[in-house]
Write a protein that binds this ligand. Structure first.
Ligand code: T46
Length: 135
């Protein structure tokens, strides 16, 4: 099974332009508790490098592009997001990294929980231990 789960959003466009609507349990498969966005990322900066105990997210690149690496402790897969009608759904114990942000990249993330630093696993060795304990 692929580690990359993409959601395609309908574009509700008309002659004026395009619009996409995100709705919980319609095209976002969880309660939406938080939205954050990442922009003005400096050149040659990578972000992420953590997993979560209990968080479901959908990441959408509204402008520019960024490459995600998703790692379940056994396999790793990469995907480049470059379109506002595609969301990357990240669920479960997955290490994630974000690389190669374009200068104009605007990445919005819809999340199932409020921000909680205690939910982060920021040490890769600790992540691998958790994965093997859960196997
Ligand atoms: C994830 C990837 C895709 C907050 O105060 N509230 C928030 O909602 C978030 C997301 C962050 N912060 C603070 C915590 C740090 O002091 O903002 C700072 C940067 O956060 P962080 O280093 O965790 O950012 P990224 O880009 O490495 O990771 C973020 C999310 O934190 C994470 O959940 O999956 O984007």
């Amino acid at each position: 099974m692929s580690l990359i789960n993409l959601i395609k959003f309908d574009i509700l466009g008309d002659s004026r332009g395009s619009l996409i609507s995100l709705e919980q349990y319609n095209n976002i498969p969880f309660d939406i508790k938080r939205i954050y966005y990442i922009f003005d990322t400096q050149s040659n900066i990578s972000r992420g490098f953590h997993a979560h105990y209990n968080l479901e997210q959908v990441a959408i690149c509204l402008k520019g592009n960024v490459t995600f690496l998703i790692d379940d402790g056994k396999d790793k897969e990469k995907v480049t997001l470059s379109s506002p009608d595609i969301g990357l759904h990240i669920k479960g114990l997955k290490w994630r990294e974000m690389h190669d942000f374009s200068e104009d990249c605007v990445l919005i993330v819809v999340a199932s929980e409020l921000y909680d630093e205690a939910d982060y696993i920021r040490d890769y060795t600790n992540f691998l231990e958790l994965v093997s304990n859960n196997a």
